[in-house]
Design a binder for this molecule. Structure first.
Ligand SMILES: C[S@@+](CC[C@H](N)C(=O)[O-])C[C@H]1O[C@@H](n2cnc3c(N)ncnc32)[C@H](O)[C@@H]1O
Length: 185
């Protein structure tokens, strides 16, 4: 997997510099594992379409930033959504964006750490990710153990490593998006 777009290159570089990555983000539970870079609208739309999101879905964005993906899932796909972010500033922005988009009845934003075992994710029928390769791999056991079989997982730019190849990939402009389905246990 290569870091091709400018945004992705920034994420990769800043992830190597924890002091820089956490600068200016006072008030977090702990420093974020990756900085906030929003998914582009066309890519977010592509991710939700690749997962086949409908009004019957509950879409969780793990590391939800300004809430774009969850809000789009509600606005354009009629789904319900939950966003989780470790940075209170992002949660504040996401709630304001949900209000502006008139979807507060269908979306919820939770201030929390996606690696906290107390965070319940099993309600999700779709999970979206825009993290880092190492974070996807760290999250993988949790996704496989806690999500119901049939739950779809889509990731912007980063795969899950060789042990869990994506069942579909798609190109959206310069970005690659990946799809997995949680297997039966
Ligand atoms: C690259 S941004 C993606 C934002 C959004 N998902 C999107 O695609 O537009 C990653 C987000 O993950 C959040 N984050 C980083 N580490 C986290 C953690 N351990 N738990 C929850 N959120 C985290 C950051 O604060 C940031 O908003």
């Amino acid at each position: 997997m290569s870091c091709r777009s400018v945004a992705v290159i920034w994420i990769c570089l800043l992830a190597l510099l924890p002091g820089v990555a956490s600068a200016g983000q006072a008030g977090t539970l702990r420093p974020p594992d990756v900085i906030f870079v929003p998914t582009q609208d066309t890519v977010a739309q592509g991710m939700l379409a690749l997962a086949g999101v409908t009004k019957n879905d509950v879409v969780y964005d793990l590391g939800s930033g300004d809430g774009k993906i969850v809000i789009m899932a509600a606005q354009k796909f009629g789904a319900r959504g939950v966003g989780v972010d470790i940075n209170p500033e992002r949660i504040k922005e996401a709630n304001a964006n949900a209000k502006a988009a008139n979807v507060t009845d269908r979306v919820t934003f939770i201030l929390g750490d996606i690696f906290d075992p107390a965070l319940k994710i099993s309600d999700a029928s779709v999970v979206t990710l825009y993290l880092l390769p190492s974070l996807n791999e760290k999250l993988m056991p949790r996704l496989k153990a806690e999500l119901r079989p049939g739950t779809r997982v889509v990731s912007n730019s980063f795969d899950m490593g060789p042990s869990w190849p994506a069942e579909k990939t798609q190109q959206v402009g310069t970005y690659t998006i990946y799809l997995w389905t949680i297997p039966a246990r």
